[in-house]
Design a protein around this ligand. Structure first.
Ligand SMILES: [Zn+2]
Length: 251
């Protein structure tokens, strides 16, 4: 057996895998991913070495593994870079400077288009799905069971803030989210009626955001119409689209 050259020895040493590596599990939540990528250095989950960026290391030490392969294996979102926080900032700053200095990135447009085209076909990783679900169910998490009183607060807030359900939920993640509210309304016909009444009481432009135009609106539109007002004028008076006026008149 021929002795290893110094270069080979260095390579062999670099290939050494630390105890506890490679990591078997994938990241399950976006918080885990953020924590992993949020440090001063990034640890290679295959061998345990830490560095500023992973791309070159994966190529050289882990048989030309690509960043995409690595992200897929460990459940890291496609859009995240395998780069520590500081390097990520430096990279963004450098890029901004290049743009400021008038560098033209248009020659790379075909490449960017290709990436953008491919993006939707990539399966979302669990951490991303987890974050989306978390947003959908609110910050209490899956284990929290909303009580009737929580939903009543939502209805109350709609009245107080004169706001539609979607906007209210989007602005506030400490209350049950839209889909939960609809589910609750379905189970409680009386509350469903109350929801309709609330929508009916809101300004017409807000009602149209709810997708519900109540009897108050219809009555007023028909009245204005019978007074000879044109749909365009009625739309201006009520603050909704002409289409919505047409639909009310035709009813
Ligand atoms: Zn490694």
């Amino acid at each position: 057996m021929s002795p290893l050259s110094i270069n080979d020895q260095v390579k062999k040493q670099k290939r050494q895998v630390k105890k506890g590596y490679p990591v078997i599990n994938k990241f399950e939540t976006i918080e885990e991913v953020n924590e992993y990528l949020g440090g001063d250095r990034i640890v290679c989950l295959l061998c345990g070495r830490d560095m500023k960026t992973l791309g070159g290391h994966l190529r050289q030490i882990h048989d030309n593994m690509t960043c995409d392969q690595y992200k897929k294996r460990f459940g890291i979102p496609w859009r995240r870079g395998l780069i520590c926080k500081e390097s990520s900032k430096n990279y963004a700053n450098a890029l901004n400077k290049r743009v400021e200095n008038g560098e033209d990135f248009r020659s790379r447009l075909p490449e960017y288009r290709k990436l953008a085209h491919e993006a939707p076909h990539r399966k979302k990783c669990k951490a991303v799905i987890g974050a989306a679900t978390q947003r959908a169910i609110g910050h209490h998490g899956l284990d929290y069971q909303y009580k009737d009183s929580d939903f009543l607060i939502v209805l109350q807030l709609m009245v107080e803030k004169q706001i539609d359900l979607r906007t209210l939920c989007a602005e506030n993640d400490s209350i049950p989210q839209e889909t939960s509210v609809y589910g609750w309304l379905k189970k409680h016909p009386k509350m469903n009626q109350k929801y309709y009444d609330i929508c009916d009481s809101l300004p017409y432009s807000i009602q149209s955001k709810c997708g519900i135009m109540g009897p108050r609106f219809e009555k007023e539109v028909k009245q204005l119409h019978s007074q000879g007002k044109l749909p365009k004028e009625i739309a201006e008076i009520t603050g909704v689209t002409i289409m919505t006026i047409w639909r009310a008149i035709k009813k």
